[in-house]
Design a protein around this ligand. Structure first.
Ligand SMILES: Cc1cc2nc3c(=O)[nH]c(=O)nc-3n(C[C@H](O)[C@H](O)[C@H](O)COP(=O)(O)OP(=O)(O)OC[C@H]3O[C@@H](n4cnc5c(N)ncnc54)[C@H](O)[C@@H]3O)c2cc1C
Length: 386
């Protein structure tokens, strides 16, 4: 959905529209929809509905329900719908997943100059729609249960979608930093796994990034195109330990980026928006207060699987165990049928997992796309057994 973001404190037009709508601070953000009413601090479902996006399923029963609209879920949708399965994706935010937040995916086969995550997501959404996959957006899946041969997926608000098979493609979400003051500033300068598009909002500002893996490295390079200065805060002794060499080299070559190793963010402060951070040197214990308008945090991710019941076996970190690993190895439990599980099948027959949420998966766009596509092959084989 094309949109224009106006900051009421920076853009005259934003302030003018706010005054025109008679909006109070608690009404922000205002969403102005062409030919529609002005939405005040709306929920994602309200925005999706106002934009004419689907937030409910059309049918009573589908061949396949896909939970999560990241690369894995979108790939599963493209293959399932193109092969004639009635298919619905439920996505609690907007489709694209983590990949949608990446400014440049440089290692995806066939794109030697890289492509942006949002570009990849837009193409995949168009493709899935063209084949007739239905998308239910801005809805969270909160439970899954077996009802005879059907699998019921419960949405927030207590609505159900029934399907003959399910692909779990819920990916991972970012870990939070525990420092005092940060939680109240989330979305007000403190951003977790943030959208590449937000970089432009940092124009001329002092920006901090926490993290030492490739996602932090990519974010730093993207933010440095706009910000006055970007500081990368790393707990470890060096960048090389967790980041690809090509990113380390680009970071070191960029004069707007500085790297602070053996440093932690231990506090944050600001009146309505982040203004200051407290940093601590892990060797000396000395702390320093610095001006900062933005803090982007990339410190690893955990799977979103709390809502799955005991029927779905997970490993010690919450990732979903599939296929062969259900019958041999440290997580072997929960498989009840005489036939062996299909690859990517979970301990609940007919429910598959693909992408980052799956135990021992590669955690890359290409592998998520591969697993999502492949899951449909096993869905067909499963459907032939029931
Ligand atoms: C900033 C950044 C840069 C990256 N760069 C690269 C790169 O250059 N190359 C590369 O190969 N990989 C990269 N990655 C990793 C890559 O994006 C992921 O491996 C990939 O997106 C995983 O896809 P997925 O579909 O399994 O999960 P995700 O992309 O995490 O998508 C999961 C989706 O499920 C939805 N969801 C979760 N729970 C529910 C629920 N209960 N109900 C409904 N919906 C739900 C989420 O909203 C999300 O949209 C990057 C990641 C980030 C964050």
């Amino acid at each position: 959905m094309p949109y224009v973001w106006l900051d009421v404190e920076r853009d005259e037009e934003g302030a003018r529209l706010r005054d025109l709508a008679g909006a109070r601070p608690e009404d922000l953000p205002l969403v102005l929809v062409p030919d529609g009413e002005t939405l005040r601090a709306p929920t994602p479902v309200a925005v999706a509905t106002a934009l004419g996006l689907r937030t409910r399923a059309e049918r009573d029963l589908y061949d396949l329900c896909i939970v999560g609209g990241g690369p894995a879920g979108l790939a599963a949708a493209v293959y399932a719908a193109s092969e004639g399965l009635s298919t619905v994706i439920v996505e609690h935010d907007a489709p694209g997943g983590q990949a949608g937040q990446s400014a440049a995916i440089e290692n995806y086969l066939g794109f030697p100059r890289g492509l942006s995550g949002s570009d990849l997501a837009q193409r995949a959404i168009a493709q899935a729609r063209r084949f007739g996959a239905e998308m239910v957006l801005a809805r969270d899946v909160v439970a899954l249960e077996a009802r005879g041969l059907a699998r019921a997926v419960r949405l927030d608000g207590a609505e159900d979608i029934e399907a003959r098979s399910v692909v779990l493609a819920t990916g991972v979400s970012y870990r939070r930093l525990g420092a005092p003051g940060l939680d109240t500033l989330v979305g007000r300068g403190v951003q977790y796994g943030s959208n590449a598009g937000q970089a432009a909002a940092c124009a001329g500002d002092e920006v901090y990034v926490v993290g030492a893996a490739n996602s932090a490295g990519q974010a730093v390079l993207n933010l440095a195109r706009y910000a006055e200065r970007v500081t990368l805060v790393v707990r470890g002794e060096s960048l090389e330990a967790g980041m690809s060499q090509y990113l380390v080299e680009r970071i070191r070559a960029d004069p707007r980026i500085r790297v602070l190793c053996t440093t932690e963010v231990v506090g944050a402060d600001g009146d309505g928006h982040l203004e200051r951070l407290t940093l601590s040197d892990r060797h000396t214990g000395a702390s320093t207060e610095v001006d900062a308008a933005w803090l982007f945090v990339y410190i690893g991710a955990t799977p979103r699987t709390d809502w799955l019941g005991a029927d779905i076996v997970r490993d010690e970190h919450g990732f979903v165990v599939t296929g062969h690993d259900l019958v041999t190895g440290p997580h072997a439990r929960g498989w009840t049928l005489a036939r062996p599980p299909f690859a990517l099948e979970t301990s609940l027959p007919g429910v598959f997992a693909a992408g980052d949420v799956r135990s021992d998966s590669m955690k890359r766009v290409a592998s998520a796309v591969g697993e999502g596509s492949m899951s449909v092959y096993f869905v067909h084989r499963y459907l032939a057994t029931i």
